[in-house]
Design a protein around this ligand. Structure first.
Ligand code: PMP
Length: 408
């Protein structure tokens, strides 16, 4: 077989995400190595996925142990890892019932279907509108992409499904004005990830909860990006002092192994009957065994403390670089989901900064068009954060003269 390189992509793949110029072939903790053996500090975490870093021994052990025991039987036969994982999720959250699937989009699809069925069957066929927010992102299936608020992802896919409205984020008055008895659900990300690492304010989060209560609408939290310890608590809703009716999670749930879940209450789960929704691989033993090992680690207070400490370290380091070079503005976000907006002169070219960082041995992400996103593993060490920041400083120095020098 011929050698594969980045150029091979264009010959054999359907265009989807534009691939980075390098191909990683190995990972360990918060470091990655490419085909040429070059090493990178991983500040991207596979977009908030690899919560325990690469090749964590507990994940490897859980996967290999389960791989030698049982992979798949049938979705009409439940399995022990799925039941154990569901028990743990119920014990650790507001939820009383869990539905497993394979991705964030599928978890949201399940949540939206649940909300529609709840509205239509409990209140009559008028209650099925879903309210979402500008710059939201909920996945790429036709329905979830339509609920997301970014036209760049829906263009050309019309006709889009109806019964969806988009409102300004963090604007309780706009939501209050849009709420009525036809609304079956409001869906929000506690921190808009793809939209540019934009956190909801606690006041907004509480207002959304109150408005959902007032109008008998379900509150769906999309914690695909914010869940599993990412923001410093197991799920971000805990920090707002509210409880959603439905929560979706994926990404960090499997630490890199594909799995998604929808969490809800007992009474809402009763809206679905046997046969109304499902997925061949949802809740498969391999994914659930790995996710259970991940959940054990991310629910550990020591790991959540590390999130808070490394978040403070990273945020402070980014703010120093922001003040010194002005390549990007001060960081925002929660826990280890941070974003720094690029300077005016770099608008539309955040990707160039990311590629310059790659050349310095640092893997970053872009969020929205103009925000640098930082979502490293939750167990990243102090030394790895320092090293990543040192590499980022070299990028800043190469792309923007230090302000002190400019003023001298
Ligand atoms: N919801 C949010 C908040 C996300 O960030 C993403 C992925 N970026 C998704 C849903 C979709 O997840 P997946 O790609 O696993 O379908």
């Amino acid at each position: 077989m011929s050698e594969v390189t980045r150029a091979t992509f264009d010959e054999v793949m359907v265009p989807n995400y534009q691939p980075a110029p390098i191909i990683p072939v190995r990972g360990q903790g918060s470091r990655l190595w490419d085909q040429q053996g070059r090493e990178y500090v991983d500040f991207a975490g596979g977009i908030a996925v690899t919560v325990l870093g690469h090749a964590h021994p507990k994940m490897v052990a859980a996967l290999t142990e389960q791989a030698g025991r049982l992979w798949h039987v049938s979705n009409v036969m439940t399995n022990e890892p799925a039941l154990r994982l569901a028990q743990r999720l119920v014990a650790l959250t507001f939820a009383e019932r869990v539905f497993f699937c394979n991705s964030g989009a599928e978890a949201n699809e399940a949540a939206f279907k649940l909300a529609r069925r709840w509205g239509n069957t409990r209140f009559g066929p008028h209650k099925n509108t879903i309210l979402s927010f500008h710059n939201a992102f909920h996945g790429r299936t036709l329905f979830t992409v339509s609920v997301g608020g970014q036209p760049k992802y829906t263009q050309g896919f019309e006709p889009l499904p109806g019964g969806i409205r988009h409102l300004p984020f963090n604007d309780a008055d706009a939501l209050a004005a849009a709420m009525n008895d036809t609304v079956c659900a409001v869906v929000m990300e506690p921190v808009q990830g793809e939209g540019g690492v934009m956190p909801a304010t606690a006041e907004f989060a509480r207002a959304v909860r109150a408005l959902c209560d007032k109008h008998q609408a379900l509150l769906i939290y999309d914690e695909v990006q914010t869940g599993n310890g990412r923001t410093g608590t197991l799920f971000a809703y805990e920090q707002f002092g509210i409880v959603p009716d439905v929560l979706t999670t994926a990404k960090g749930l499997g630490g890199g192994f594909p799995i998604g879940a929808m969490l809800t209450t007992r009474s809402l789960a009763e809206v679905l009957a046997f046969g109304t929704h499902g997925s061949t691989y949802g809740g498969n033993p391999l994914a659930c065994a790995v996710a259970a090992a991940v959940l054990d680690e991310v629910s550990n207070p020591a790991l959540l403390r590390n999130v808070a400490e490394r978040s403070a370290q990273l945020r402070a380091g980014l703010d120093v670089l922001s003040a010194r070079y002005g390549l990007f503005g001060p960081a925002r976000g929660m826990g280890l989901l941070l974003g720094a907006p690029v300077a005016e002169a770099w608008k539309g070219r955040a990707k160039d900064i990311v590629n310059a960082a790659l050349a310095e041995g640092l893997w970053l992400l872009v969020a929205g068009p103009d925000v640098l996103r930082f979502a490293p593993a939750l167990n990243i060490t102090e030394a790895d954060v320092s090293e990543g920041l040192a590499r980022l400083e070299r990028v800043c120095a190469a792309l923007a003269a230090p302000r002190e020098a400019a003023n001298a």
